[in-house]
Design a protein around this ligand. Structure first.
Ligand code: HEM
Length: 386
């Protein structure tokens, strides 16, 4: 039995078995532990700054360091995009996306979080070029979607297909998948309670998608604050931007596998994470049974805060008032004195968070965009045109 579980677990970790992305919420068919590598890779407490992302004991996945500062993204990306870009070629484009997102969210409120996360995972890896949506590329490379940082936990790509289909019906070959995703994420933010912002368009779709790039540029909850800041600075985001963008964890949920080590046996100390209060440990233990127990199969994802479809500042309030965050990387926001004053500011002023988050997301949605004759306008978001 143990051997069978071991083999099946590795099939999942290596993405040989793919769980359909459409399931909301996803339940692992067995106690899949994306965090195994972390538990296994560190020696006794106190833990060193974590450097290993989720992998497994046999294949510990060591993340390469972020690129040197010379590779910082160019600063003026968003100037390449335009408000009302599709106003002549597809005048209803923004409205079509808005209507579709509203329809989707009505039956699936979790889509608000899914679209926002998709946007982050697209833009941080080679720019906002919808490379995250590709199922395959002509070179046969493993695509971003199949990486361990995305894999079966990435939600919402199938929902973008539905929106793109509507756009293709109205104006074939005009609106890129990258714009479709950016508009869907922006609309989700409005449905999550943020003021509507002008939509910048003109992105084109990329031809490249590499799983190894996703492993390189997507952060893990086990990263140190230094490492997160280094990565975000390569995208021209400073300390405040990092805090504000992590406010996205005001919507959606995380699977216990990403944080239950903090509740039971933090870095093999036999004890919970010392930065958590007993009150929070007790609350979260109700939701996440200990790894290795029978009940762990039943752990559904846990909402980041009490209002998982509203982009409010409760995530920050919980950090300040209860020192509560699910992910270790989020907890660092209140522990580290470079970021804790910013967290306090966001917790005090919901309007400040709303406006800063909207601004930061506009910058995020403009990273490394392809425009003009670069890339292509895909017909379907799952594959390149040729
Ligand atoms: C250090 C940076 C970050 C780390 C380590 C991180 C990690 C994670 C993890 C582990 C989850 C849970 C996935 C699951 O269990 O299904 C998650 C969910 C999420 N993340 Fe992040 N994240 C980071 C930054 C961001 C940023 C910058 C954004 C957006 C701007 C974002 C948006 C989201 C959203 C909306 C969800 C909920 C998804 C859903 O419920 O469908 N994250 N993140």
């Amino acid at each position: 039995m143990a051997i069978t579980c071991y083999i099946i677990r590795n099939l999942f970790v290596l993405n040989i078995i793919i769980v359909p992305l459409s399931a909301f919420p996803i339940r692992f068919p067995f106690p899949f532990q994306p965090f195994d590598g972390i538990e296994e890779s560190f020696s006794q407490s106190p833990p060193p700054p974590p450097q290993v992302s989720y992998g497994n004991e046999e294949q510990p996945f060591i993340q390469p360091p972020p690129p040197p500062p010379s590779q910082v993204d160019p600063p003026k990306d968003r100037l390449k995009l335009q408000e009302g870009f599709h106003s002549r070629s597809c005048p209803n484009a923004e409205q079509i996306v808005a209507n579709q997102v509203a329809l989707i969210v009505k039956t699936n409120p979790g889509a608000i979080a899914a679209f926002i996360r998709l946007q982050f995972h697209d833009c941080f890896v080679g720019g906002c070029d919808a490379s995250i949506l590709l199922d395959q590329v002509p070179t046969g490379d493993n695509v971003e979607k199949s990486s361990r940082s995305n894999g079966e936990l990435l939600k919402g790509a199938d929902l973008i297909d539905d929106i793109k289909e509507k756009l293709e019906q109205e104006c074939p070959g005009i609106v890129s998948c990258a714009d479709t995703l950016a508009f869907a994420a922006a609309e989700s933010m409005v449905l999550g309670g943020l003021p509507r912002q002008p939509k910048l368009g003109g992105r084109r779709d990329g031809l490249v998608s590499l799983a190894s790039n996703a492993e390189h540029y997507l952060p893990s909850p086990a990263w140190s604050m230094d490492r997160m800041l280094r990565l975000f600075k390569t995208k021209r985001f400073n300390e405040e931007d990092l805090v504000v963008l992590l406010g996205a964890h005001s919507v959606g949920s995380a699977h216990c596998a990403f944080f239950s080590n903090r509740l039971y046996n933090y870095y093999k100390s036999g004890k919970p994470d010392p930065t958590l209060t007993q009150d929070v440990i007790d609350e979260l233990r109700q939701k996440c049974k200990a790894p290795g127990t029978q009940e762990v199969r039943e752990n559904p994802p846990v909402n980041f805060d009490e209002t998982p479809t509203i982009l409010d500042n409760l995530f920050f309030k919980n950090l300040v008032e209860r020192k509560k965050a699910l992910l270790a990387s989020d907890q660092l926001l209140i522990v580290d004195n470079r970021t804790s004053p910013i967290v306090e500011k966001m917790a005090k002023d919901p309007n400040l968070f709303s406006s800063k988050f909207a601004q930061a997301m506009t910058r995020l949605a403009s990273l490394g965009v392809l425009t003009g004759n670069e890339g292509e306008i895909r017909t379907t978001c799952r594959s390149t045109n040729q």
